[in-house]
Design a protein around this ligand. Structure first.
Ligand code: CMC
Length: 375
């Protein structure tokens, strides 16, 4: 028997939700290329596609959007809960702790059937952005901004964090970022989610556990670190020395390389295009200049290793231009990934098999118990 460390390369499910060809730089949701969706769809429609396996009809779409919007508002008890959390708590921890409590407001929580899958989906899609925005406002000692159901999904989040109605282009760009983050085959957090539902725990427990998994630096946290790195590089002339020093110490440059993509991450390409769009609205930006130069130098140094920018390289800069504070970058990723996690939970539970891997025991046997005073 052999141990498969990190289950690397071991398929754990058959899935029709998303597909990646890392050599060609292809990502598809339910067979539709990510470029098509980012151009033509919106986050809620894409969520429907991921979870239900097809694009919704007009009626299905309108009902779905209306069900999500009916769930935007937080109960007074949840707001009080948020007010009682120490303000220094990272928003990923806040999210992870509060999601299971939302099950209290789910009328289908008792039976884990299709009704539960649906109500958990619309409840979480509705409330998670409001929780994050409310937490941000509470933390900053500012007045809470109530959701505005007349706004689009992405616009409403930007509005709730800032109190300012965003420009249409900003709202659309943010919504497209959510599409890009919504799903990415089986990875650590999605695997976490299906392990949890395999025990027949509810979808709230699965999503909360997935948030915990996503919070780690090796998974969801890279975009925060790219942002810090770019801020450290105060001047364009510092970049070459920084890159060469990092590489000579065999250290990683954040936002580059990917376990699956051995070419340009297709999501990074789209984010870069959107960055250009937002710059046309906001004017030039020093971080973008530094990032562009850094990309050139890293591509030159690492071209033999098939290392290219990944989604996290430009997403942080884009978020900062949209007024999202750095510690909310990973939570925004989580907010988008809810639909991917739920799609996988729903798919997995259909032919559920409890996850129960095994181990190779590597310890002693028959060891005598030693009383405390003799140790
Ligand atoms: N900077 C410098 N060198 C790198 C980098 C990098 N970012 N990434 C890989 N390499 C080098 C690595 O040192 C190794 O060189 P050598 O063969 O000389 O030892 C070679 O490339 C292959 O590395 P690897 O560790 O086998 O590659 P991997 O596929 O296991 O690593 C990765 C993937 C994402 C962990 C890695 O590229 C990395 O640490 N990147 C920086 C962190 C980052 O940006 N993470 C976000 C990933 S995208 C998130 C998402 O899809 O959701």
């Amino acid at each position: 028997m052999e141990v498969y460390a990190g289950l690397a390369g071991i398929p754990v499910v058959k899935s029709s939700i998303s597909y990646i060809d890392g050599e060609k730089g292809v990502l598809e949701y339910r067979g539709i290329p990510i470029e098509e969706l980012a151009k033509n769809s919106n986050f809620l429609e894409t969520s429907y596609l991921l979870v239900f396996g097809k694009l919704p009809s007009k009626e299905e779409y309108e009902k779905f959007v209306s069900d999500v919007k009916d769930n935007l508002f937080l109960d007074r008890s949840i707001i009080q809960f948020l007010k009682d959390i120490p303000p220094e708590t990272h928003p990923m921890k806040v999210l992870q702790s509060i999601i299971p409590v939302l099950s209290a407001f789910d009328e289908n929580k008792e039976v884990l059937d299709e009704k539960h899958h649906y109500s958990a989906l619309v409840n979480l899609l509705g409330k998670v952005p409001t929780i994050l925005a409310t937490w941000k406002r509470i933390k900053e000692g500012k007045e809470i901004v109530m959701p505005d159901p007349s706004l689009d999904y992405g616009e409403n989040f930007l509005y709730m964090i800032s109190g300012r109605k965003p420009d249409k282009l900003e709202g659309r760009i943010f919504d497209r970022c959510l599409i890009l983050h919504a799903e990415h085959t089986i990875n650590a957090s999605t695997f976490t989610a299906i392990v949890v539902v395999s025990t027949l725990a509810d979808f709230y427990s699965a999503v909360s556990s997935a948030v915990g998994s996503l919070s780690g630096r090796l998974h969801g946290g890279a975009n925060e670190r790219v942002y810090y790195m770019l801020n450290e590089l105060k001047h364009i002339n510092d970049i070459e020395g920084y890159v060469d020093q990092k590489l000579s110490r065999k250290e990683r440059i954040m936002g580059f390389g990917h376990r699956v993509y051995k070419t340009y991450d297709p999501r990074a390409k789209i984010i870069k295009e959107m960055l250009d769009q937002i710059l046309s609205l906001k004017g030039n930006n020093e971080l973008v200049r530094i990032a562009t130069e850094l990309e050139k130098i890293v591509l030159d140094r690492l071209k033999g290793k098939k290392i290219y920018p990944n989604i996290d390289f430009y997403s942080g800069i884009l978020y900062s231009l949209l007024g999202i504070p750095v510690e909310f970058y990973t939570p925004v990723f989580a907010m988008a990934r809810i639909s991917g996690w739920i799609a996988h939970c729903k798919e997995y539970i259909r032919e559920n098999k409890l996850f129960r891997p095994t181990q190779i025991y590597d310890g002693g046997h028959n060891i005598r118990y030693l009383p405390l005073e003799k140790r």
